[in-house]
Design a protein around this ligand. Sequence first.
Ligand SMILES: Cc1ncc(C[n+]2csc(CCOP(=O)(O)OP(=O)(O)O)c2C)c(N)n1
Length: 592
Amino acid sequence: MGNGFSTATMQEPVSGEAVKTRIAAYLLTDYLEQLGVEVIFGLCGHTVIAFLDALGKSRIRFVSTRHEQVAAHAADGYARASGKPGVLLTHLGPGLTNAATGVANAALDSIPMVVIAGDVPSHYFGRHPHQEVNLHMDGDQFQIYRPFCKRIYRVDRPADLPRIVERAFHLSQTGRPGPVLVDVPMDIFSADLPVDAFQKSPAPVARPAIEPAAVSRIIDALAEARHPVIYAGGGVLSSGATAELAALAEALEIPVAHTLMGKGCLHEDHPLLLGMTGFWGTPIANEMCRTADVVLAVGTRLAEASSSSWDPRFTFAIPPGRLMHIDIDPAEIGRNFPTEFGVVADAKNALASLAEASRRTHGAVRDSVRARIAAGRREFAATWAHQRGSDQFPMRPERILAELRAAVPEDGFIVTDVGWNKNGVGQQFPITVPGTFITPSGLATMGFGPSAVLGVKMAQPNRAAVALIGDGAFGSNPSVVATAMEANLPVVWVVMDNSAFGTIAGLEKMHYGWSFGCLFERNGEPYNVDYAAIARGFGARGVSVQSAAELGPVLKAALASEIPTVIQVPMENAPTPTPGHWNINDIYRLGS
Ligand SMILES: Cc1ncc(C[n+]2csc(CCOP(=O)(O)OP(=O)(O)O)c2C)c(N)n1
């Protein structure tokens, strides 16, 4: 074959007839088409052009980014908005490491993803060919992904490629979803394989259900409790269980609190909705969770930020509260709280069974619960309500949220980053359609939002997609605008510009009295960047808002336009309210 490796592993037919073969890269793209892959995000390199050639001749779209982290977040956003695995293509070495942050972000939010990476030619493993990572082991780059991928595969023989790709799609989607790496030495893309080598498709897999005895145990506990709460995580949304959640909550009249990724689990106006818990949560959600006698947590890690660092004074007091926990991943159950009862099940299956059983159950009378929730929500909203109409300029963040909610249709996507945008939207922004709030939670990656919105728009081209992001995040990789232009993705980026890594600047200021290392400055003066002009430089629309009153019309025009638009909004660096607790605040010590 002239490329230095043997095809001895390929099976010869008994008759001795020649096997009909084709180059692996073409068979691979055919297979990906068969699996329903519509789009691959990535960035080229000499190790993957054989694959790109095949991709260019297939029906699959390729979105070429200017940085692999952008591609990884876009694939992540695509997966969240489509419900299908995101597919990412990277070059070896620096391509793979550039993408690592995006893949890790997907992993920590349980997003299904298949990463196809090029690698050095397999016949040169260990000889330090160009860009090989090998300081500890020959051809070792795939190990870089080990801590955050569900499985890492290096394809060592052409004949393994079909099996490994099938496994990657299977594993990325089953159980707790997440990324799987398929590391492909470049010679393998160019190897011959029998034309029918890619035969096996991932099996349809039933999601784990809950046993009847477990249903009775949970329903009895909820029905008998005086102050139960259901606590919904991202698993409720990713499994599509919002209707089942509402049915259960309504049947037993149980308030529902949620995590950051659980936002949207009930319609914003639902009378049993408490809101988000934790450090950036709401007082009523924290209080009712803390005083609950039974908490049913579903599809959540009970993570630090949403659980106020597990401090019983703020969000969850367990014990004396009793915790029942349903999750697809056994490792999540019982980690941070003593747990009375755990169930390893799919959230939708479990909530459907519980909702069904709850219809036959008479719960305790909880007449006053709706009034208490309404009062608690009203009271908290009143603390920032006046800011929603503030004409102040640079703008108040609350006014930015108000204008955004008014402009974006309810089924439009709000994609955040980290900073005021994530915390403020989680706490204060009404979400009425499940799945329309997309945010980086587990790894909380600055740089997620500007890129993820590309994948969201690719998945749902007929719905609005707005990235609400800080200037820190937008400044970290403005090349997203070029990608949006090239791929014709008319997304809108709203840049909340406070000339700082504002959230961290505020934290440092609170504890140390200054914001050293967190402000954008030049010669001691604020350093202002014209992000709108940068957008125009890429050929996109760029608008710099000059007054609070302008933002609404500018947003509407951007959403109506067919051109990607950056809206730069000068904003006061005001902190998001923090009704909960975060233990980091106990750690900082000011010295001299
Ligand atoms: C990649 C990465 N680096 C650093 C951080 C730590 N961090 C959390 S919030 C934040 C500031 C973000 O600044 P900006 O995007 O301007 O938003 P703002 O806080 O001003 O609302 C930083 C640096 C992070 N989460 N991710």
